[in-house]
Design a protein. Structure first.
Length: 215
């Protein structure tokens, strides 16, 4: 009998697992798109909840809680898409931004820096969360602390610096004054990050594969 050829894919042939892009990245399916839509709506709903106005003109809202929860549950790419879609829809004119506002005029307001930073903060937090949750069997305490650190990193390293820059540009505040105004949001953001982690841990226990396969 003639020898049969080995039909297994060999490295470098470009073969990929069905449902993945070249390089091993998974394609988004209907479930991913649905999650993006649901969490876009969640961020919008949190933005429209009653806000606490501050002297700097930037209200305290539940946006940060919703953004961090989205990041902790969806990971970097889907969280960036969900929060980015929310921002785009708001800038397009839908009244879904804080204070029932919408339109490009928001970019001239004192909260513009915070708003623009949200998708990038979601991506950073989501990437750090994925590193934690895709590891096999971290202890519950380590997982909780690591996720809190991920959420806090997204807030402190992305949202707050961008917010300070927005206050300096649009509200004409000097750096010390802008930093002082921004500090008013810090205690609440720490609490909102902790609340997002508590919810995320519960959801991930119920749906352990939400971020994809573990390593």
């Amino acid at each position: 009998m003639p020898a049969t050829r080995d039909r297994r894919p060999t490295p470098g042939t470009g073969s990929a697992v069905p449902g993945t892009r070249p390089g091993g990245r998974r394609r988004w399916d209907a479930t991913d798109l649905s999650l993006i839509g649901v969490f876009t709506a969640l961020v919008a709903a949190a933005s429209l909840a009653p806000a606490v106005p501050l002297a700097a003109g930037v209200p305290i809202t539940l946006q940060t809680l919703a953004v961090m929860l989205t990041a902790l549950l969806l990971g970097p790419a889907r969280a960036f898409a969900a929060v980015g879609l929310y921002v785009l829809l708001g800038l397009a004119g839908l009244p879904i931004l804080a204070g029932f506002r919408g339109g490009l005029a928001v970019l001239a307001g004192p909260s513009a820096g915070y708003l623009i930073a949200f998708p990038f903060a979601a991506a950073v937090t989501g990437a750090l969360a994925a590193l934690v949750l895709r590891r096999r069997r971290p202890s519950p305490a380590v997982r909780a602390v690591a996720l809190f650190g991920a959420a806090l990193a997204g807030s402190l390293l992305v949202v707050h610096p961008a917010g300070i820059a927005g206050l300096m540009v649009n509200a004409r505040l000097g750096l010390p004054t802008a930093v002082a105004a921004d500090l008013a949001f810090l205690p609440g953001d720490v609490l909102k990050c902790a609340a997002a982690v508590a919810v995320a841990l519960t959801v991930h226990r119920a749906f352990p594969g939400l971020l994809g396969p573990r390593r």
